[in-house]
Design a protein around this ligand. Structure first.
Ligand SMILES: [Zn+2]
Length: 266
């Protein structure tokens, strides 16, 4: 089963690498993560991971051309590297490891689904939020900011996040390997905690995330030490270690913990 999982994960990662959705290191990390999740979890876990992977890669691709002028604001391009893959899927990987140790428990599944709902919500909000007609506002001060600014939110982006979380949640409820996780309650908790994770991501982007400035383009950016234009970027605000990957990891982690807590409590 583990070898078959490895072959499937390798095949999908190679296709994604050829389609420019993953870098070399990203394809390697995706193969490892996929092998772990397919091999230890089985098909319901694989379905959820692939649903996240394909919809978010497709949206990133669709968005890349349109917002080519904006993409320099984001730390990395459309090709996800190993750190980005682990930032998005690392918590899901930890949950499948928890499933290995507690095979009868349904909470690792709920944490898995909630973390994927959150990173999916965040990706959908980022990719579809830039389509908004009105400029984004900061979550903390409600001040209007430039499109593509870290932590800026729009109504369209928030609705996209809700849809992204609900899609993962819907599949999670239908394919759940545990009967108690196949309820409308589970659907609500996974959707809401997925949305909450994406909101935490935006909040961190607006407050503690490291933001830099490119003097050449006269723009704020998440990129460091160099901007897409090649010029060195200078620190503006935020915690230097709190980059976009760690923010994404915290997005998935907070959703998983909140989802498990709500699920066990009710
Ligand atoms: Zn620049």
């Amino acid at each position: 089963m583990l070898f078959l999982s490895f072959l499937l994960a390798l095949l999908i990662s190679l296709l994604a690498w050829r389609a420019n959705a993953l870098s070399e290191s990203g394809a390697l990390a995706a193969t490892l993560l996929g092998t772990l999740i397919f091999g230890l979890g089985g098909w319901p876990w694989a379905v959820l991971l692939l649903l996240f992977f394909f919809t978010s890669s497709a949206l990133t691709r669709a968005g890349a051309a349109r917002k080519s002028g904006l993409s320099e604001k984001f730390a990395k391009g459309g090709r996800r590297d190993a750190l980005q893959v682990l930032a998005n899927g690392g918590i899901a990987g930890l949950c499948v490891l928890a499933h290995l140790f507690w095979p009868q428990a349904s909470w690792p599944w709920v944490g898995f689904a909630a973390s994927l709902a959150a990173v999916n919500a965040d990706t959908w909000a980022t990719e579809l939020g830039v389509l908004a007609s009105r400029p984004p506002r900061r979550l903390t001060t409600w001040q209007i900011v430039e499109k593509g600014t870290s932590g800026g939110v729009t109504l369209e982006g928030t609705l996209s996040a809700l849809l992204g979380a609900a899609l993962i949640s819907l599949f999670a409820v239908f394919v759940a390997p545990f009967p108690e996780a196949r309820s409308p309650f589970a659907f609500s908790w996974i959707t809401l905690t997925g949305l909450a994770g994406a909101m935490i991501d935006s909040l961190l982007g607006d407050t503690f995330q490291a933001i830099y400035y490119c003097p050449n383009c006269r723009k704020q950016t998440e990129r460091h030490p160099r901007h897409t234009c090649g010029a060195p970027t200078f620190y503006v605000r935020g915690l230097r270690w709190l980059d976009n990957d760690i923010v994404n990891l915290l997005c998935g982690l907070s959703a998983a913990l909140l989802g498990i807590l709500l699920f066990l409590r009710w």
